[in-house]
Design a binder for this molecule. Structure first.
Ligand code: RIB
Ligand code: CA
Length: 348
């Protein structure tokens, strides 16, 4: 099998964790670098979460680079109320002894695309600060990447941070604009594939999905988390990876319930990871995307021109359709099998 080289740039985060696990659990994925971007939690916490997740997964050495502490032009805003104090919900990950890369997240992007021209799929599941910094260092980056997949934005859909903007773009709108502008000259087969809220908010994880994953991992007991579970409840699953996922995602269920979205969790980042490995999961439509920077109530809103009204070439392929059940089949089978495989002693 020819494995797909991937750079994952994340702001780990609960759903970022699932995105990283999805890649680690997918034999066709070859993660060659992880860039830690400030967003859900500060960059140093993101990097620590990435290293700790590699420990939890008993993963081989993988380069994890630290990103910029602040967005390009505005102070950092984080969201521990959404992702928990450490950024992984109710779960707690012990600090890793793995070492961070000597190079910055931006330098990691630049060096790897120069080393592997035309081979790498970039996956961004956090603010685009470090990709924008990389583009400033290497303007040819769009031509040096094989493809870019971005989780971010909202088009014909309400925002999740203000009425019109989405969190990753909200944190660093200047970076998002620099990224979309940089891809304006990209050929059709190099346009970023954009997984915006329009599609990711149709990917709704529910307690049954966690139970199916635990069952696939042969973890015991099979737990069905409930709205009535107190915050201090913790999973007793025999498999450590299932325990982590249950404690992390239950926080996300509580958060979505608190904001009247139901006892569920939107799988923004793992969906983008699945698309990065298999573009056929996504039905896309080309558009010219730009980011509002000057609006008073609309700043950081992503705008899609689907009809060429701006007389500018399309710079994005926006995901307008998918099969959520097919995604969950892949997530549950891959991560469930992976959890069983990395903790064989649990089932002995
Ligand atoms: O708006 C959803 C996105 O913001 C996801 O990537 C989530 O992890 C947060 O970063
Ligand atoms: Ca994220």
């Amino acid at each position: 099998m020819v494995r797909q080289k991937i750079i994952m740039d994340n702001d780990t985060g609960i759903d970022d964790s699932l995105g990283l696990l999805y890649l680690l659990a997918s034999p066709e994925a070859e993660i060659i670098g992880i860039a830690s971007s400030a967003g859900n939690v500060p960059a140093r916490r993101v990097a620590a979460n990435n290293l700790a997740l590699l420990d939890l997964c008993r993963a081989p050495e993988l380069e994890v680079a630290l990103g910029a502490a602040e967005p390009l032009a505005i102070p950092l805003r984080t969201t521990e109320d959404t992702h928990g104090p450490q950024g992984v919900g109710y779960a707690e990950l012990p600090e890793s002894t793995r070492k961070l890369s000597d190079r910055s997240a931006a330098q990691l992007w630049v060096d790897l695309v120069r080393e592997h021209p035309g081979e790498i799929v970039g996956l961004c599941t956090g603010p685009l600060t470090n990709l924008a910094l990389a583009l400033r260092l290497e303007p040819q980056l769009p031509q040096l990447l094989r493809r870019l997949v971005i989780m971010g934005g909202a088009f014909n859909h309400p925002g999740n941070t203000t009425p019109t903007n989405e969190w990753n773009v909200h944190v660093d709108p200047e970076a998002a604009k620099e990224v979309f502008d940089a891809f304006s000259a990209a050929p059709a087969d190099r346009r970023p594939i954009v997984c915006a809220l329009d599609i990711t908010e149709t990917i709704e994880m529910r307690p049954k999905h966690l139970a199916l994953l635990a069952e696939r991992a042969a973890s015991t007991p099979i737990e069905l988390v409930r709205e009535s579970d107190p915050p201090e409840a913790r999973s007793g699953a025999s498999n450590p990876l299932v325990r982590f996922l249950t404690d992390a995602v239950r926080f996300y269920f509580d958060f979505h319930k608190l904001y009247d979205q139901g006892y569920l969790a939107h799988m923004h980042d793992p969906f983008a990871a699945a698309v990065a490995l298999d573009h056929a999961l996504a039905v896309t439509k080309p558009a010219t995307v730009d980011v509002e920077l000057a609006g008073t109530i609309t700043r950081a809103t992503t705008v899609a021109d689907w009809a060429g009204m701006w007389e500018r070439e399309p710079n994005a392929d926006i995901v307008i359709g998918t099969d959520p059940e097919l995604f969950f089949e892949r997530l549950i089978s891959r991560v469930g099998d992976y959890a069983a495989a990395i903790y064989p002693e649990v089932h002995a």
